[in-house]
Design a protein around this ligand. Structure first.
Ligand SMILES: *[C@@H]1O[C@H](CO)[C@@H](O)[C@H](O)[C@H]1NC(C)=O
Length: 258
């Protein structure tokens, strides 16, 4: 059954969702709804609560989504990838047949308690909801529909090149943005070590995909030890040279497995 679902045609997806839910698998198909934002060119999706900044420049493009509170998990979901299909059985009018789209979580869709959850407050807890970049949404939904029922599952993130690190902040406050993370996409823990520092020091999630250290690291080469949410750990030894300045970004040539 698991093998059949891994290769499932879209028509089978809903059956697999129910079967997988019964089996308690991770990455199972689940139900949610999806709307869109940010305009036809997705320009309004730049920035966002994960802190990725310019999504075109960072390689996320227009296949992105803002997640409701229930899915965003305080930023822990930043970078995760989801495959979505429109639930055509529930909504034959606004669902496009036979297509799917995969998006990366780059933003938070906040609740609005002044609107009822079933009449516009789509992102209110406990609803699972994807507010997708419009070009991604239009892959599976018809524009006039505005909102569609979807079934979705977590999938591995496929990335080109290695994990990247951007150093922001100021003295005694290194704010490190981690981007282009393949595999699970999301980070569980992160440590930093300076070239003149004997030990690894743990970093804390500051916001979105930004992790901070309160140590004075100016003038030292930096190594990072990153553990992603499926447990894989990579040491990015001296990925940042001692000449680094705040505001600079550095690409590694290491990447997590799918
Ligand atoms: C919540 O919804 C109301 C009604 O549509 C709107 O006027 C208000 O601006 C919204 N609040 C936020 C924070 O978006």
């Amino acid at each position: 059954m698991a093998g059949a679902c891994a290769r499932a045609a879209l028509a089978l997806a809903l059956w697999c969702a129910l079967a997988a839910a019964a089996a308690g698998q991770t990455g199972q198909w689940l139900r949610a709804h999806a709307t869109f934002y940010g305009g036809a060119d997705a320009s309004g999706t730049m920035g966002g609560a994960c802190g990725y900044g310019n999504l075109y420049a960072q390689g996320y493009g227009t296949r992105t989504a803002a997640l409701s509170t229930a899915l965003f998990a305080g930023g822990a979901a930043c970078g995760q990838c989801y495959k979505l299909v429109c639930d055509r059985k529930t909504d034959p009018t606004w669902c496009k047949p036979g297509v799917s789209v995969t998006v990366t979580a780059t933003n938070f869709c906040p609740p609005n308690w002044s609107i009822p959850s079933d009449r516009g407050g789509w992102c209110n807890p406990p609803r699972p909801h994807f507010d997708m970049a419009q070009p991604a949404w239009e892959k599976i939904g018809v524009y006039r529909g505005g909102i569609i029922p979807v079934i979705y599952r977590r999938v591995s993130c496929v990335k080109k090149g290695g994990v990247r690190f951007a150093i922001n902040g100021h003295d005694y406050f290194n704010l490190v943005l981690v981007t282009n993370v393949a595999g699970p996409g999301s980070i569980r823990a992160m440590d930093v070590r300076g070239s003149r520092t004997p030990d690894w020091m743990s970093m804390a999630r500051n916001w979105g995909a930004n992790w901070h250290s309160l140590t004075y690291l100016n003038g030292q080469g930096l190594s990072f030890r990153v553990t992603v949410t499926d447990g894989q750990t990579i040491v990015f030894a001296n990925v940042v040279p001692p000449s680094w300045r705040f505001g600079q970004s550095f690409a590694s040539n290491l990447q997590f497995s799918l």
